[in-house]
Design a protein around this ligand. Structure first.
Ligand code: KIV
Ligand code: ZN
Length: 550
């Protein structure tokens, strides 16, 4: 909404009535012009909870999924792909719960072409105020031959059946041609024609393997829209993977070819190199209306918070130089740039940090900082916590400030991310004592709290970390495999907090989860990260606590 220039007395002190009326007319004309451009509106379809969550280690708990879904709705996402209901009971439950709670966004469930798949998706989304079923099948000859082992005609029959079945559940049906960009165009035309005739209302043509280029993708959409007789009956959608680093460029090119829905994820998380990043797509459209004459309904001031929330929920770090939401996205290091910025920010800034929710004001925090200053600091950093979360974070901040001379933004970020990530954990580290050094064997004495019950054990190991992980194994027997153990310093200095990442894989389901924890003591951070990862696996399988021993 345009900011008002009217002062308290009802009149601007500088502008005349005529000037103000002209300004209002100009704003209205610009808005109308944007609407008049045929279909300038672009539908934002977020698949963080489905394609994003599919990437190794990015698993979210049920509660985290609900929190992310609520946030996406508030941010103005048009369609939220909440999961793949047939994939697991957990996915089904999450899609069902999200369908029940969201009021504005369309809630979508993914399904393959099988009738059971579609019915499971239908069962999950049927509670939604605005349900959608997204059903897909491969159309490239590589996939048809090697994956589906069918003929092209058989696949055409399946397309008709899957769309018709999905339409029995709801009027909003999206059909996707998996590996569309490597599909013979004549065959793709027949597939799209069949899907629309059978009731699909959105046609998604994904670049499943991240292979296409902007020109090629634009051309594909233009050709399909021109050649398919009933193409005006459906909205066309882009869905790009980032294997060659072109997911966002390709998505925007698809719009030029006539697509009006973009499928994307927060922070670009997703299979392999990820999906097109929502924040990049949205800000490209906002920043370059001269070459991208489209509009989205996203409240872009919430993008930074969305990034932080998803990073905390998945424990996937955001690369420092990530466009829009990276820590360095608005940092100016070189003298020449800093000089230009001081003279006029537009010299090196194409969008303001505030436009994506990053505030420049920096409050210095220390052990004398109070609750209000801490809350203001968090707000500046893009976090908005509930009262309980704020209280927990504040207690931990005070404890940290007692141990560490300077508490940097990065320290607070690590602390709050951990708080968000472990808010629902049932098992937590209570105490840890480690004996390490040259006179092995190294040993760890560990106390855990599980639902209010304390258990303690002692273990030895080949080094202190091994001793700690052995102690965890004794208290919480599990078969999960440790895939990754990584330590890095959150800030500079020998008193810096260590941030430990742990990735565990469930050997039965093959799912992996990542968890991050920070502490000035590397060994405490290691124990916390491992336990957080186990909690995540547990909430996937509901097994950890039933196996815990005293
Ligand atoms: O990348 C892809 O093709 C997909 C489909 C399931 C839409 O994610
Ligand atoms: Zn995908």
């Amino acid at each position: 909404m345009p900011k008002s220039t009217t002062s308290k007395g009802g009149k601007s002190p500088t502008a005349t009535d005529a000037e103000m009326a002209k300004k209002a007319a100009d704003v209205a004309a610009t808005r109308d012009a944007a609407k008049r451009i045929t279909g300038a509106s672009v539908v934002i379809f977020d698949t963080t909870l489905r394609d994003g969550e599919q990437c190794p280690g990015a698993t979210m708990t049920f509660e985290e999924k609900l929190e992310v879904a609520d946030f996406l709705e508030e941010m103005g996402v048009d369609i939220i792909e909440a999961g793949f209901p047939i994939a697991s009971d957990g996915d089904f439950e999450a899609v069902t719960a999200i369908a029940k709670r969201l009021k504005k966004s369309v809630v979508c469930g993914l399904s393959r072409a099988g009738m059971k798949d579609i019915d499971r998706a239908g069962e999950a989304v049927k509670h939604a105020a605005r349900p959608r079923i997204h059903t897909f099948i491969s159309t490239s000859s590589i996939h048809i031959k090697h994956k589906l082992m069918k003929t092209e005609d058989e696949v055409l029959g399946m397309i008709a059946d899957q769309c018709a079945r999905a339409r029995n559940w709801c009027d909003d049906v999206e059909w996707s041609a998996e590996d569309a960009t490597r599909t013979d165009i004549e065959y793709l035309i027949r597939c799209v024609d069949t899907a629309i005739k059978a009731g699909a209302t959105t046609i998604n043509l994904p670049d499943t393997v991240g292979y296409t280029t902007p020109e090629e993708y634009e051309h594909m959409f233009r050709t399909i829209r021109e050649q398919v007789a009933n193409s005006d009956k459906a909205v066309f959608s882009v869905h790009c993977h980032n294997d060659l680093g072109m997911a966002v460029a390709n998505s925007l090119a698809g719009l030029r070819g006539g697509a009006r829905q973009i499928e994307c994820t927060i922070n670009g998380i997703g299979e392999r190199a990820g999906n097109a990043a929502l924040e990049e797509v949205v800000m490209a459209i906002k920043t370059r209306p001269d070459v991208l004459p489209y509009v989205t309904g996203i409240k872009h001031e919430m993008l930074n918070r969305a990034s932080k929330l998803v990073s905390a929920a998945t424990s996937f770090p955001v690369q420092y130089n990530k466009a829009i939401v990276g820590r360095n996205a608005f940092a100016h290091e070189s003298g020449i740039h800093q000089d230009g910025m001081i003279k006029n920010a537009t010299t090196y800034e194409i969008m303001t940090p505030e436009s994506v929710g990053v505030s420049k004001t920096s409050l210095v925090m220390g052990k004398h900082s109070g609750r209000n200053a801490f809350r203001a600091k968090l707000k500046d950093m893009g976090y908005e916590l509930g009262d309980n979360q704020l209280e927990d974070a504040f207690t931990r901040f005070k404890a940290l400030a007692d141990r560490k001379k300077h508490v940097y933004d990065e320290d607070i970020e690590a602390l709050v991310d951990e708080n968000i990530a472990n808010a629902h954990d049932r098992t937590k580290v209570v105490a840890l004592t480690v004996i390490a050094g040259t006179m092995g064997p190294q040993s760890a004495t560990l106390t855990l709290d599980t639902d209010g019950t304390h258990t303690t054990t002692q273990s030895i190991g080949n080094g202190p970390v091994d001793a700690i992980f052995n102690a965890i194994h004794k208290l919480v027997p599990h078969e999960a495999k440790l895939d990754l153990y990584q330590v890095h310093a959150v800030t500079e200095g020998t008193d810096a907090q260590a941030e430990v990442s742990v990735r565990l894989t469930d050997p039965v389901e093959g799912k992996s989860v990542t968890a991050k924890a920070a502490d000035p003591d590397t060994l405490v951070a290691s124990a916390k990260a491992y336990i957080m990862a186990l909690n995540k696996l547990q909430s996937k399988r509901g097994r950890l606590h039933s196996q815990a021993v005293g």
